[in-house]
Design a protein around this ligand. Structure first.
Ligand SMILES: Nc1ncnc2c1ncn2[C@@H]1O[C@H](COP(=O)(O)OP(=O)(O)OP(=O)(O)O)[C@@H](O)[C@H]1O
Length: 701
């Protein structure tokens, strides 16, 4: 399985020979930061004001000049005001755009007014996909940079893998097909010029810029230019949260197993963790009053400096279980406050498999670090490398990254590992499966990466196939602790699961029927391929169900807009591939529908875990086509029955027929506990033997 982050990050982010243009733009992009770089000792309670300064990404991306402003015209489709729904009709991409209304100006404040949409009428543009549908993400024809006039000139179309007529989002550069003048390369989107007078000498800035130029010139290939908008930085936005559900207290009834030698005792309350005042305040503002089981056990283990592999059901608070003790350590030991340096040396690195997930983790880190001098930074694929580098160079105590971008910034010597104390693998089984293990191995083999004996390594997931557990030994100290809340790989018991036998040709109608019946409740529909995601989204839009889609062939801007529209309720249906299966914490997702079942039962567990989170209830409906899904039948029966769900007789029959049994991947899903206890035998494990891999069509990142 190839990793999309890698595809995009390492193949498409390198810069073309005309990188001097990029340098010019980058020169506009310096961030303000008033921090003078002093060390603030024991990291306690720096006031809010300075915290904001230390977080340029919190609303702080420069002094907000706009370049290449787009004019408003009657023909404009203002994407900012449009949910990323799938549009129909002529398949025309609309060009010029001006965001005159307050809302859109607000959203763009301090950020690019995005030029460069051009006026490409895709009907006349060879780069369009198959004729006439004008469908969102339509049918996946790639735009080809070579065909675009204006594109080569400015070097900025870059394999936008989009069908035509897609009305969602839009890469300012790749979309602006014909009229280079408006999108005018990088200037067209400009607008990050920071008021950088406050810190960093002219020569230091010049040196950093030269660094970027040089690095750019050393890489060839198309370049990703998307710069994600900074997240809202009001206290309300930072601490926005949803309510725990009626079953939150029932978490306490779940059995917890801790294996490994000499584990510290669990804590029962936040007070017992003896966190500093700022952290306690942030925890309260986040609406946390009670620990979840994974937090009760993991926090003291991490505070004691032990390595940990933790397994707990989806939506049960694993993110805070590692973030809080990491921050507590930093506050106790003191961290270096943000300082402009071309090489930053974070104390903690968190990796996660998808861009949206790592961004979410970053927002959680930002929330808990609020009011401290700890500066979390996020970098991920599909965004401009220069932007990632700038985020880093203004200070980085906790780096949240997707694997590809992480390796990239380390290789570019923007991130040094010598001060690294803690490495976290979220969705650890995914991070260690065949798709990512080369990158993870590369990460731990960087010369300045502290050995596993010298760093703390933490792994979190809801699923841990036994093979993955064994592979994890490469990363963990021998005496690591393994915490299992409930059963390894178990589905969240707050999700009501239904499996329907549906032939592939009937799936479409059944889906429409169900969604029409559901009405406006927020629903996540999983399909097995990227093209199908767009196809199904189109069908649903035709049925007047407001739908958007997320998958690996969409540009990052589109992915983020789709997610934003789903979160905000502009679209109440999101059609997704496995790229949205893990980790995403979206309020009030009431239904998950598996239009296509995944090949691996772990992905099923993660997918349905997008609903029923944090003690809330949810529903999952899965279409089972016996021509395709028989291999997963037995695992499915096991997951259903372990979660006390009804198992249809027909499914049981299929599962225990010879076909079902033959395809059952025994032993790797339902480890009831620690692989060190001898489950599936005690075979020695090495990388060559390792074969657990995702086989879904979607690539990651
Ligand atoms: N102690 C707590 N009290 C209240 N809410 C909490 C608590 N811990 C976590 N939450 C909230 O519960 C939700 C789910 O948490 P989180 O995303 O960390 O779950 P997870 O276990 O990592 O899920 P997944 O396996 O899907 O990644 C989040 O909105 C989070 O803010």
């Amino acid at each position: 399985m190839c990793d999309e982050d890698w595809d995009n990050e390492l193949a498409t982010e390198s810069q073309p020979p005309f990188a001097h243009n990029i340098g010019k733009m980058d020169n506009l992009n310096k961030e303000p930061n008033n921090n003078n770089g002093e060390i603030l000792g024991r990291g306690e309670d720096v006031n809010e004001e300075s915290n904001r300064r230390d977080h340029p990404s919190i609303g702080g991306f420069g002094a907000r000049r706009s370049f290449g402003t787009m004019k408003d015209t009657g023909e404009t489709i203002n994407k900012r005001n449009q949910p990323s729904t799938h549009m129909f009709g002529a398949g025309r991409t609309f060009g010029r755009r001006e965001e005159n209304n307050e809302d859109s100006q607000q959203r763009n404040s301090g950020f690019s007014r995005r030029g460069g949409f051009g006026e490409g009428n895709v009907e006349n543009d060879e780069r369009g996909g198959r004729g006439g549908r004008g469908v969102c993400g339509g049918f996946g024809q790639r735009r080809n940079a070579e065909n675009g006039d204006g594109v080569q000139t400015f070097g900025n179309s870059f394999s936008s893998r989009r069908g035509f007529g897609h009305q969602t989002g839009g890469d300012e550069n790749s979309r602006g097909s014909g009229r280079g003048g408006r999108g005018r390369g990088f200037g067209g989107r400009g607008g990050y010029r920071g008021g950088d007078d406050d810190f960093g000498s002219e020569s230091e800035r010049a040196r950093l810029k030269l660094d970027e130029d040089k690095e750019g010139a050393e890489h060839t290939g198309p370049k990703v230019t998307y710069v994600p908008p900074p997240p809202p930085d009001t206290e309300d936005a930072i601490f926005a949260h949803y309510q725990t559900g009626i079953n939150f207290d029932k978490y306490d009834d779940i059995l917890v197993d801790v294996s490994g030698s000499d584990p510290p005792p669990a804590i029962l309350t936040f007070e017992e963790a003896a966190l500093c005042d700022t952290l306690n305040r942030n925890i309260a503002k986040a609406g946390y009053s009670k620990l979840t089981p994974v937090q009760k056990y993991s926090i003291p283990i991490i505070l004691a400096g032990r390595d940990l592999m933790a397994c707990a059901q989806t939506g049960s608070g694993k993110t805070a279980a590692f973030l809080l003790p990491i921050l507590a350590h930093m506050m106790r030991e003191g961290v270096a406050a943000s300082q402009l340096k071309s090489l930053q040396e974070p104390e903690a690195i968190i990796v996660a498999p998808t861009r949206e997930l790592i961004n979410q983790i970053y927002l959680e880190a930002r929330k808990f670090a609020y009011g401290t001098c700890v500066r979390p930074v996020v970098v991920y694929g599909g965004t401009q490398t220069g932007h990632s580098i700038r985020q880093i160079l203004y200070g980085c105590n906790i780096l949240c990254a997707t694997p590809g971008r992480l390796i990239d910034v380390i290789s570019r010597q923007k991130i040094g590992l010598s001060k690294l104390k803690c490495l976290v693998l979220d969705e650890a089984d995914r991070m260690l499966d065949m798709g990512f293990n080369p990158q993870m191995l590369k990460l731990i083999e960087f010369p300045d990466m502290p050995s596993k004996e010298k760093r703390q390594t933490l792994m979190f997931s809801a699923t841990y196939p036994i093979e993955v557990q064994k592979f994890a030994a490469h990363f963990l100290k021998e005496d690591y602790l393994f915490v299992v809340v409930g059963q390894v790989g178990g589905a969240c018991s707050d999700v009501h699961q239904t499996v329907l036998q549906v032939d592939r040709y009937d799936k479409k109608n059944k889906l429409v029927e169900i969604l029409q019946c559901i009405g406006n409740e927020r629903s996540l529909v999983f399909v097995d391929t990227k093209k199908k995601a767009d196809y199904i989204a189109t069908i649903l839009c035709q049925e007047h169900i407001s739908t958007t889609s997320i998958h690996g062939d969409r540009e990052q801007r589109e992915r983020e807009e789709a997610l934003g529209d789903f979160r905000s309720g502009k679209c109440h249906v999101l059609v997704a591939t496995n790229v949205a299966a893990r980790g995403l914490d979206i309020e009030n997702v009431q239904h998950v529908i598996n239009h296509d079942l995944p090949r691996e039962i772990e992905e099923y567990v993660h997918r349905i875990g997008r609903t029923g989170r944090c003690g809330n209830t949810g529903k999952a409906i899965s279409f089972f086509d016996s021509n395709f899904d028989t291999p997963v039948a037995r695992s499915l029966v096991k997951v259903l029955s372990d979660a006390n769900q009804e198992v249809p007789a027909w499914l049981e029959e299929i599962a225990f027929s010879s076909h079902g049994i033959n395809n059952y991947r025994s032993g790797d899903v339902f480890a009831s506990t620690d692989a060190r206890k001898g489950h599936s035998g005690n075979r020695n494990y090495n990388t060559e033997q390792y074969s657990h891999a995702s086989v879904d069509e979607e690539t990651w990142g």
